[in-house]
Design a protein around this ligand. Structure first.
Ligand code: BJ8
Length: 420
């Protein structure tokens, strides 16, 4: 990292000692996990560069955006509508939440038996080790799981927070509540940015985000070929970077990866042998830099070919209907698209079971690893329903629970090998 970046972090008030330590850990694990892979697509160079500058250039871009009058919105959940933020000259950033490095700081305030993702993000803020957090004008929280809902109350004491209420049932009354929540969010976002939503700026933002999701669909569906032309780890990295890179540049870079993968498919060139046992995952999100499960699975010799996850199919499988004659109609279309995300925070959530079966068939996987972060009640309990459905469908299924620590890596590898 350049000395300019160090100056920038100091100005943001980061805890420089801890931040250096974090970057040094990342600097060691990334080459180990990523560079040692077989036959990576050349177009992944862009994503290697993004990681090498993870707290540098992108943070600088956000500061430049703010200096020109724009705003930055930090988020932790798929239910926060990016289109509205972008239409109002805001940038939406998925904040750091994927490492145990920040967890000891969080545990001075939060209970230990809470999901790692929540503790990780709280620790990033309380210990001042995430430049994105310090750049964010506001964090947009949501009432999804109880852990996040209550943590946003505490977070509100140390950072500006606005919480969107997420209904938990998929019926007409809940949709009406959701639509009102979107209106309230628009009002808040207009107030923060000083901009006004119009049919034109919202339509542009919808198009831009649809394009991004379509490109992710294209890249991810190329993984379904045999042999798979890209490792699950590389695909995961792309799906993670989606949350904080510039939308247009990111879309362009993913498109280049997809072009290269198409060529590989034509030549039957893969990253794993044609007869390698293909696996897909379902479950809780993989916030960057949580590469643990994919690393364990793929170093055991099995390519991961799809993820039913918020860092995966739940993020890109649905688009916003662009056909709307009025602003109100377009907002309605956005509300519908987001209401149709099948998170376990909804009850019942049986559409998710269909999604998993559908992705399993399309990806030509041979088994599903259902991965849940420890203490995530909604996904842990829903695992039972998934198991019952997969048993009925005759789909091999393995339930794994883990956190961000590396202590269980060998045990995970043994269980995965036994499953295969
Ligand atoms: S739409 S999955 S991003 S809520 S893993 S913090 S649920 S205890 S992250 Fe999520 Fe939105 Fe749903 Fe997706 Fe709570 Fe579970 Fe932790 Fe979770």
């Amino acid at each position: 990292m350049s000395s300019d970046s160090r100056e920038m972090w100091a100005e943001l008030g980061l805890n420089m000692g801890k931040h250096d330590e974090l970057l040094s850990i990342l600097g060691k694990i990334y080459p180990e996990i990523y560079h040692k892979q077989n036959n990576r697509p050349k177009s992944m160079t862009y994503f290697d560069f993004v990681i090498s500058e993870i707290h540098g250039l992108r943070v600088k871009e956000l500061i430049d955006h703010k200096n020109k009058g724009g705003k930055v919105f930090g988020t932790f959940c798929l239910y926060v509508p990016d289109e509205i933020i972008n239409a109002l000259n805001g940038i939406s950033i998925g904040l750091c939440a994927g490492t145990d490095f920040s967890i000891p700081d969080a545990e001075t305030v939060l209970p230990r038996n809470l999901c790692a993702l929540i503790k990780s993000f709280y620790g990033f803020k309380s210990a001042k080790i995430c430049p994105y957090f310090e750049v964010a004008d506001v964090v947009i929280g949501e009432t999804t799981c109880d852990g996040k809902t209550k943590t946003y109350e505490l977070l509100g004491n140390i950072h500006p927070v606005y919480v969107i209420e997420i209904p938990h049932r998929k019926n007409e009354e809940s949709f009406k509540l959701w639509r009102k929540e979107i209106d309230k969010f628009i009002e808040k976002a207009e107030h923060i940015t000083g901009e006004k939503l119009s049919l034109e700026n919202l339509r542009n933002a919808v198009k831009m985000n649809n394009n991004k999701r379509l490109t992710l669909q294209r890249m991810n569906s190329l993984r379904w070929n045999i042999p798979t032309p890209i490792s699950g780890k590389d695909a995961l990295l792309i799906n993670q970077v989606a949350f904080y890179d510039d939308v247009i540049r990111f879309t362009d870079s993913v498109s280049k990866v997809a072009d290269e993968l198409e060529e590989r498919v034509t030549k039957k060139e893969g990253t794993f042998p044609t007869d390698a046992v293909r696996l897909m995952t379902s479950g809780t999100p993989y916030a960057i830099p949580n590469w643990k499960l994919h690393h364990v699975v793929e170093t055991s010799g099995y390519p991961v070919v799809a993820e039913e996850s918020c860092v995966g199919s739940r993020y890109f499988s649905e688009l916003v209907n662009e056909n709307a004659d009025s602003l109100d109609e377009l907002i309605d279309n956005i509300a519908k698209r987001y209401f149709n995300i099948h998170c376990a925070c909804f009850t019942p959530n049986d559409e998710r079971l269909d999604d998993i079966v559908d992705l399993y068939k399309k990806s030509k996987a041979k088994g599903i690893i259902n991965y849940t972060l420890n203490f995530c009640t909604p996904y842990l309990v829903e695992s039972q329903k998934i198991k019952e459905r997969m048993n009925k469908e005759g789909i091999p299924f393995l339930n794994l629970e883990s956190d961000y620590g590396m202590g269980d890596v060998e045990q995970l590898a043994t269980r995965i090998q036994a499953f295969v």
